[in-house]
Ligand binder design. Structure first.
Ligand SMILES: *[C@@H]1O[C@H](CO)[C@@H](O)[C@H](O)[C@H]1NC(C)=O
Ligand SMILES: *[C@@H]1O[C@H](CO)[C@@H](O)[C@H](O)[C@H]1NC(C)=O
Ligand SMILES: *[C@@H]1O[C@H](CO)[C@@H](O)[C@H](O)[C@H]1NC(C)=O
Ligand SMILES: *[C@@H]1O[C@H](CO)[C@@H](O)[C@H](O)[C@H]1NC(C)=O
Length: 342
């Protein structure tokens, strides 16, 4: 009896020690950073040097207007690092913003992505940052959400070139490594047809990844359109509530899978999958640079999805305010966090 009791105590001990490790989730974020619309030549080191005394209350700046990136970037990095993220999909980041965040995040981090205007460094990136102690890059590529996805291009009627960056990653876990696929994108602000095409291309690619890797597929992005109402076509398509539109035949061929493989594949909105008590009251992800006295016109247009082949669960989902005590906003969008188990 004593031996049995001792043994079960031992097992309980092992279980208690191991359970939190086995349940460890990765914290991912998607955040539209707002492009560097007021560029200056202030280096990161100078912004850091000009921060005030941390023991003094900061002066009130009245942030109902936009601040330069050189001011906003310190808030972005401090906020994200304090959240313990290991994976980030950003939108609207110009190359300066990518380089600044790489500098602020430090040498434990790497990033991938290309400028959407030339496939190198021009224009906004949809970059993916990852912390190398947790996540290893296997491969990556980018495609344009247009009629010619394999070359820098703009969908007719769209305001800009639009891109999706894709990565195959391995997540280190106590109980062994897990592979997963992550896609990060920013859809057009002017063309609903572009957004529906982008959703159709992403869904085709995501199903291909789910079938060929057998592992989890995650999508993050600014859809520039909400989940309901007249502009919700992209959301409806990606979540399987509406049929995809016709896509480029070369793309469809390259990422085709047999008809009987995950035929009803779709993406699931992670906000609806976390335990209800672990979902933030904050709902809107786009607020503009406006004072927070009326949220009625704010909108939820930034999302994180998981593929319907599952292989994932969500522990928590949060939209954070980025209004600081000094009255300034870090971006016109808010970061969207998810704690994901794969
Ligand atoms: C902040 O800016 C808004 C808009 O410009 C203005 O209406 C308000 O009076 C300002 N508040 C302060 C405290 O300066
Ligand atoms: C990621 O993509 C970039 C740009 O295409 C490429 O130069 C790099 O070799 C890729 N890295 C991996 C590990 O696939
Ligand atoms: C599909 O995309 C490829 C590569 O971007 C392009 O060469 C081809 O012309 C496109 N097909 C059509 C029908 O537009
Ligand atoms: C992850 O993918 C790589 C490359 O395809 C493969 O070599 C490796 O075995 C995979 N690892 C796991 C844990 O599935």
């Amino acid at each position: 009896m004593w031996h049995l009791g001792f043994l079960s105590l031992l097992f309980v001990g092992i279980y208690v020690l191991q359970a939190p490790l086995l349940a460890a989730s990765m914290r991912a974020v998607t955040w539209n950073l707002r492009f560097d619309s007021q560029p200056n030549n202030i280096p990161v080191s100078q912004s850091l040097a000009s921060l005030g005394d941390p023991l003094q209350q900061p002066a009130f700046l009245n942030g109902s207007n936009e601040r330069p990136w050189s001011t906003r970037r310190l808030r972005v990095a401090e906020h994200l690092l304090s959240e313990g993220i290991v994976l980030a999909g950003f939108q609207e980041a110009l190359v300066r913003q990518v380089n600044d965040l790489a500098e602020l995040f430090g040498s434990e981090w790497s990033w991938i992505g290309v400028g959407r205007d030339d496939g190198v460094q021009a224009g906004e990136f949809s970059p993916i940052f990852y912390k190398r102690s947790a996540i290893t890059l296997l491969s990556n590529d980018s495609f344009w959400t247009s009629n010619t996805p394999f070359e820098p291009s703009r969908f007719p009627g769209a305001g800009s070139f639009r891109i999706c960056t894709v990565a195959h990653f391995t997540l280190a876990r106590e109980d062994g490594p897990r592979n997963f696929t992550f896609l990060n994108t920013h859809m057009d602000d002017q063309s609903d047809a572009q957004r529906r095409l982008a959703a159709s291309l992403l869904l085709t690619r995501a199903r291909f990844e789910a079938v060929t890797t057998g592992g989890p597929v995650l999508i993050s992005g600014d859809f520039n359109s909400p989940s309901t109402g007249v502009d919700s076509g992209a959301y409806s398509i990606i979540t399987g509530a509406a049929l995809p539109v016709a896509i480029n035949a070369t793309f469809a061929q390259r990422f085709s899978v047999p008809d009987d493989q995950l035929p009803d594949f779709k993406m699931i909105d992670l906000r609806g999958q976390a335990p209800r008590r672990a979902v933030s009251t904050n709902f809107a992800t786009f607020t503009g640079f406006t004072a927070p006295n009326d949220a009625s016109h704010w909108s939820r247009i930034d999302f994180i999805f998981g593929g319907s082949n599952l292989e994932w669960t969500v522990d928590a989902y949060k939209v954070d305010s980025v209004l600081a005590d000094d009255g300034a906003l870090a971006s016109d969008h808010r970061p969207v966090f998810a704690d994901i188990n794969i």
